[in-house]
Design a binder for this molecule. Structure first.
Ligand code: AMP
Length: 267
Protein backbone atom coordinates (compact mmCIF):
# COMPACT_ATOMS: atom_id res chain seq x y z
CA UNK A 1 0.00 0.00 0.00
CA UNK A 2 1.25 3.44 -0.91
CA UNK A 3 0.32 6.40 1.25
CA UNK A 4 0.08 9.59 -0.77
CA UNK A 5 -0.32 13.10 0.56
CA UNK A 6 0.05 15.12 -2.63
CA UNK A 7 -2.86 15.50 -5.04
CA UNK A 8 -0.58 15.68 -8.08
CA UNK A 9 1.04 12.34 -7.27
CA UNK A 10 -2.26 10.52 -6.89
CA UNK A 11 -3.68 12.06 -10.06
CA UNK A 12 -0.72 10.86 -12.12
CA UNK A 13 -1.47 7.20 -11.22
CA UNK A 14 -4.46 7.35 -13.55
CA UNK A 15 -2.37 7.23 -16.71
CA UNK A 16 -1.53 3.60 -16.22
CA UNK A 17 -4.40 1.71 -14.56
CA UNK A 18 -7.61 0.14 -15.93
CA UNK A 19 -10.55 -0.35 -13.59
CA UNK A 20 -10.24 1.80 -10.51
CA UNK A 21 -12.36 1.99 -7.37
CA UNK A 22 -12.50 4.88 -4.93
CA UNK A 23 -13.79 4.90 -1.35
CA UNK A 24 -13.90 8.43 0.09
CA UNK A 25 -14.00 8.55 3.91
CA UNK A 26 -13.50 10.90 6.82
CA UNK A 27 -11.45 8.30 8.70
CA UNK A 28 -12.03 6.59 12.03
CA UNK A 29 -12.73 3.52 9.93
CA UNK A 30 -15.04 0.69 10.98
CA UNK A 31 -16.53 -2.47 9.45
CA UNK A 32 -18.95 -0.37 7.39
CA UNK A 33 -16.05 1.36 5.64
CA UNK A 34 -14.29 -2.01 5.34
CA UNK A 35 -17.28 -3.43 3.52
CA UNK A 36 -17.00 -0.66 0.89
CA UNK A 37 -13.23 -1.19 0.62
CA UNK A 38 -13.59 -4.97 0.20
CA UNK A 39 -16.22 -4.49 -2.49
CA UNK A 40 -13.96 -2.11 -4.41
CA UNK A 41 -10.98 -4.46 -4.16
CA UNK A 42 -13.11 -7.28 -5.56
CA UNK A 43 -14.48 -5.24 -8.47
CA UNK A 44 -11.41 -3.26 -9.60
CA UNK A 45 -7.75 -3.61 -10.50
CA UNK A 46 -6.74 -0.82 -8.16
CA UNK A 47 -8.46 0.66 -5.08
CA UNK A 48 -8.04 4.15 -3.69
CA UNK A 49 -9.20 5.15 -0.23
CA UNK A 50 -9.13 8.74 0.94
CA UNK A 51 -9.13 9.93 4.53
CA UNK A 52 -10.05 13.58 4.72
CA UNK A 53 -12.01 15.16 7.53
CA UNK A 54 -13.71 17.84 5.47
CA UNK A 55 -14.29 20.96 7.61
CA UNK A 56 -16.61 22.47 4.99
CA UNK A 57 -19.33 19.91 5.69
CA UNK A 58 -19.44 20.53 9.45
CA UNK A 59 -21.80 23.27 10.48
CA UNK A 60 -20.45 23.37 14.02
CA UNK A 61 -16.80 23.81 14.96
CA UNK A 62 -17.38 21.85 18.15
CA UNK A 63 -18.73 18.87 16.18
CA UNK A 64 -15.62 18.88 13.98
CA UNK A 65 -13.33 19.02 17.00
CA UNK A 66 -15.21 16.17 18.68
CA UNK A 67 -15.22 13.94 15.57
CA UNK A 68 -13.13 10.81 16.35
CA UNK A 69 -9.69 10.69 14.73
CA UNK A 70 -7.81 7.38 14.54
CA UNK A 71 -5.28 7.73 11.75
CA UNK A 72 -2.83 5.04 12.94
CA UNK A 73 -5.61 2.44 13.22
CA UNK A 74 -7.05 3.58 9.88
CA UNK A 75 -3.73 2.97 8.11
CA UNK A 76 -3.57 -0.53 9.65
CA UNK A 77 -7.11 -1.31 8.47
CA UNK A 78 -6.33 -0.17 4.92
CA UNK A 79 -3.11 -2.19 4.84
CA UNK A 80 -4.89 -5.29 6.15
CA UNK A 81 -7.48 -4.98 3.38
CA UNK A 82 -4.78 -4.55 0.71
CA UNK A 83 -5.78 -1.06 -0.38
CA UNK A 84 -3.43 0.05 -3.19
CA UNK A 85 -3.36 3.80 -2.57
CA UNK A 86 -4.32 5.60 0.61
CA UNK A 87 -4.73 9.31 0.02
CA UNK A 88 -4.37 11.48 3.15
CA UNK A 89 -4.31 15.07 1.93
CA UNK A 90 -4.16 18.31 3.86
CA UNK A 91 -6.87 20.93 3.50
CA UNK A 92 -4.65 22.89 1.12
CA UNK A 93 -3.91 19.86 -1.08
CA UNK A 94 -7.63 19.33 -1.62
CA UNK A 95 -8.90 22.86 -1.97
CA UNK A 96 -6.06 24.39 -3.99
CA UNK A 97 -6.70 21.73 -6.68
CA UNK A 98 -8.14 23.57 -9.69
CA UNK A 99 -11.37 22.10 -11.06
CA UNK A 100 -13.79 23.13 -13.78
CA UNK A 101 -16.83 25.06 -12.58
CA UNK A 102 -19.65 22.53 -12.23
CA UNK A 103 -23.33 22.77 -11.39
CA UNK A 104 -24.75 21.68 -8.05
CA UNK A 105 -28.07 19.78 -8.17
CA UNK A 106 -31.27 20.98 -6.57
CA UNK A 107 -31.43 19.68 -3.02
CA UNK A 108 -34.84 19.01 -1.45
CA UNK A 109 -35.17 20.89 1.82
CA UNK A 110 -35.77 17.77 3.90
CA UNK A 111 -33.85 15.94 6.62
CA UNK A 112 -30.11 16.72 6.67
CA UNK A 113 -30.53 19.65 4.28
CA UNK A 114 -33.11 21.15 6.62
CA UNK A 115 -31.34 20.48 9.91
CA UNK A 116 -27.67 20.91 8.89
CA UNK A 117 -27.69 24.05 6.78
CA UNK A 118 -24.86 24.10 4.25
CA UNK A 119 -23.79 20.52 5.01
CA UNK A 120 -24.39 19.14 1.51
CA UNK A 121 -22.79 22.15 -0.15
CA UNK A 122 -19.70 21.25 1.86
CA UNK A 123 -20.01 17.60 0.82
CA UNK A 124 -20.31 18.52 -2.87
CA UNK A 125 -17.38 20.92 -2.64
CA UNK A 126 -15.09 18.16 -1.41
CA UNK A 127 -16.47 15.55 -3.82
CA UNK A 128 -15.91 17.99 -6.69
CA UNK A 129 -12.21 18.15 -5.79
CA UNK A 130 -11.74 14.48 -4.87
CA UNK A 131 -13.33 13.07 -8.02
CA UNK A 132 -11.08 15.31 -10.10
CA UNK A 133 -7.95 14.25 -8.18
CA UNK A 134 -9.07 10.58 -8.23
CA UNK A 135 -11.16 10.15 -11.42
CA UNK A 136 -11.95 6.50 -10.66
CA UNK A 137 -14.21 4.20 -12.69
CA UNK A 138 -16.34 3.50 -9.61
CA UNK A 139 -17.05 5.31 -6.36
CA UNK A 140 -18.35 3.36 -3.35
CA UNK A 141 -20.91 5.11 -1.14
CA UNK A 142 -22.99 3.79 1.75
CA UNK A 143 -26.78 3.75 2.05
CA UNK A 144 -26.24 4.76 5.68
CA UNK A 145 -25.95 8.31 4.26
CA UNK A 146 -28.79 7.85 1.79
CA UNK A 147 -29.49 11.53 1.17
CA UNK A 148 -25.80 12.19 0.53
CA UNK A 149 -25.69 9.26 -1.90
CA UNK A 150 -28.68 10.65 -3.81
CA UNK A 151 -27.21 14.17 -4.00
CA UNK A 152 -23.79 12.95 -5.20
CA UNK A 153 -25.53 10.78 -7.79
CA UNK A 154 -27.53 13.79 -9.03
CA UNK A 155 -24.31 15.84 -9.12
CA UNK A 156 -22.54 13.20 -11.24
CA UNK A 157 -25.55 12.95 -13.58
CA UNK A 158 -26.02 16.66 -14.27
CA UNK A 159 -22.30 17.19 -14.76
CA UNK A 160 -21.88 14.02 -16.87
CA UNK A 161 -19.16 12.65 -14.61
CA UNK A 162 -18.37 9.16 -15.85
CA UNK A 163 -17.60 7.57 -12.47
CA UNK A 164 -20.23 4.96 -11.60
CA UNK A 165 -21.64 5.15 -8.11
CA UNK A 166 -21.84 1.79 -6.35
CA UNK A 167 -24.49 1.88 -3.63
CA UNK A 168 -23.53 -0.25 -0.62
CA UNK A 169 -25.82 -1.62 2.07
CA UNK A 170 -25.58 -0.44 5.68
CA UNK A 171 -23.47 -2.60 7.96
CA UNK A 172 -24.83 -2.95 11.52
CA UNK A 173 -23.61 -4.30 14.85
CA UNK A 174 -25.19 -7.37 16.49
CA UNK A 175 -27.83 -5.18 18.13
CA UNK A 176 -28.92 -3.70 14.80
CA UNK A 177 -27.26 -0.29 15.23
CA UNK A 178 -25.67 1.06 12.05
CA UNK A 179 -21.90 1.32 12.40
CA UNK A 180 -20.71 4.90 12.46
CA UNK A 181 -17.49 6.70 13.37
CA UNK A 182 -19.58 8.69 15.83
CA UNK A 183 -20.47 5.47 17.72
CA UNK A 184 -16.88 5.60 19.03
CA UNK A 185 -17.98 8.56 21.15
CA UNK A 186 -20.59 6.44 22.96
CA UNK A 187 -20.22 3.96 25.82
CA UNK A 188 -21.85 0.51 25.85
CA UNK A 189 -24.95 1.67 27.65
CA UNK A 190 -25.46 4.50 25.13
CA UNK A 191 -24.92 2.13 22.21
CA UNK A 192 -27.59 -0.19 23.61
CA UNK A 193 -29.97 2.75 24.00
CA UNK A 194 -29.36 3.77 20.38
CA UNK A 195 -29.89 0.21 19.16
CA UNK A 196 -33.21 0.08 21.02
CA UNK A 197 -34.46 3.02 18.94
CA UNK A 198 -33.56 1.22 15.71
CA UNK A 199 -35.18 -2.03 16.84
CA UNK A 200 -38.35 -0.16 17.74
CA UNK A 201 -38.50 1.50 14.31
CA UNK A 202 -37.97 -1.87 12.61
CA UNK A 203 -40.87 -3.32 14.58
CA UNK A 204 -43.16 -0.35 13.85
CA UNK A 205 -42.35 -0.44 10.14
CA UNK A 206 -43.80 -3.94 9.86
CA UNK A 207 -47.15 -2.80 11.28
CA UNK A 208 -49.85 -2.10 8.80
CA UNK A 209 -50.89 1.23 10.30
CA UNK A 210 -51.06 4.62 8.62
CA UNK A 211 -47.71 6.41 8.25
CA UNK A 212 -48.80 9.22 10.54
CA UNK A 213 -49.81 6.69 13.21
CA UNK A 214 -46.42 4.94 12.99
CA UNK A 215 -44.57 8.24 13.07
CA UNK A 216 -46.48 9.27 16.17
CA UNK A 217 -45.63 5.95 17.83
CA UNK A 218 -41.90 6.44 17.14
CA UNK A 219 -41.96 10.00 18.43
CA UNK A 220 -43.79 8.84 21.56
CA UNK A 221 -41.16 6.14 22.13
CA UNK A 222 -38.40 8.76 21.82
CA UNK A 223 -40.18 11.08 24.24
CA UNK A 224 -40.73 8.34 26.85
CA UNK A 225 -37.05 7.42 26.64
CA UNK A 226 -36.00 11.11 26.79
CA UNK A 227 -34.25 10.94 23.44
CA UNK A 228 -34.06 14.19 21.45
CA UNK A 229 -34.40 14.03 17.69
CA UNK A 230 -34.32 16.32 14.66
CA UNK A 231 -36.68 14.34 12.43
CA UNK A 232 -38.52 11.08 11.88
CA UNK A 233 -39.77 10.89 8.28
CA UNK A 234 -41.06 8.40 5.78
CA UNK A 235 -39.21 9.31 2.59
CA UNK A 236 -40.06 8.22 -0.93
CA UNK A 237 -36.77 6.96 -2.34
CA UNK A 238 -37.50 7.96 -5.92
CA UNK A 239 -38.74 11.52 -5.48
CA UNK A 240 -36.91 11.96 -2.20
CA UNK A 241 -39.77 13.80 -0.59
CA UNK A 242 -41.93 13.03 2.43
CA UNK A 243 -44.30 10.09 1.81
CA UNK A 244 -47.88 10.37 2.94
CA UNK A 245 -49.08 6.93 1.86
CA UNK A 246 -47.69 3.38 2.15
CA UNK A 247 -45.57 2.25 -0.79
CA UNK A 248 -42.80 -0.30 -1.14
CA UNK A 249 -40.31 2.34 -2.29
CA UNK A 250 -39.84 4.20 0.96
CA UNK A 251 -37.87 4.14 4.17
CA UNK A 252 -38.05 5.70 7.61
CA UNK A 253 -35.26 8.23 8.10
CA UNK A 254 -34.22 9.45 11.52
CA UNK A 255 -31.72 11.80 13.16
CA UNK A 256 -31.57 11.48 16.94
CA UNK A 257 -29.28 12.29 19.83
CA UNK A 258 -27.77 9.91 22.35
CA UNK A 259 -25.68 11.64 24.98
CA UNK A 260 -25.55 14.69 22.67
CA UNK A 261 -24.08 12.60 19.82
CA UNK A 262 -26.13 12.94 16.66
CA UNK A 263 -26.88 9.66 14.88
CA UNK A 264 -28.65 9.17 11.55
CA UNK A 265 -30.13 6.05 10.02
CA UNK A 266 -32.71 4.83 7.53
CA UNK A 267 -34.73 1.66 7.92
P1 AMP B 1 -17.75 8.72 6.39
O1 AMP B 1 -16.33 8.36 6.77
O2 AMP B 1 -18.69 8.71 7.56
O3 AMP B 1 -17.83 9.96 5.55
O4 AMP B 1 -18.25 7.53 5.47
C1 AMP B 1 -17.59 7.16 4.30
C2 AMP B 1 -18.48 6.24 3.51
O5 AMP B 1 -18.77 5.07 4.27
C3 AMP B 1 -19.82 6.89 3.14
O6 AMP B 1 -20.16 6.55 1.81
C4 AMP B 1 -20.75 6.27 4.14
O7 AMP B 1 -22.10 6.21 3.69
C5 AMP B 1 -20.18 4.88 4.29
N1 AMP B 1 -20.60 4.26 5.55
C6 AMP B 1 -20.57 4.83 6.79
N2 AMP B 1 -21.09 3.97 7.71
C7 AMP B 1 -21.47 2.87 7.04
C8 AMP B 1 -22.08 1.63 7.42
N3 AMP B 1 -22.41 1.36 8.69
N4 AMP B 1 -22.31 0.70 6.46
C9 AMP B 1 -21.98 0.95 5.17
N5 AMP B 1 -21.40 2.09 4.74
C10 AMP B 1 -21.15 3.04 5.65
Amino acid sequence: MRIIKKSKEINSVFNSVKKTGFVPTMGSLHKGHEYLIKKSIKQNHVTFVSIFLNPKQFNSKKDLEKYPKKLIDDIKICKKNKVDFLFIPSFKEVYSWKTKKRRFPKIENVMEEKYRKGHFKGVLKVIEKLIDIIPASRMYLGEKDFQQLKIIKDYFNINKIKTKIIRCKTIRDNNGLALSSRNKLLNNENLKKAAKVIRFIKKIKLKNNSLSHNKKAIKKFLKINKINFDYVEYINLKKFNVSKKQSYNMKIFIAFYINKIRLIDNI
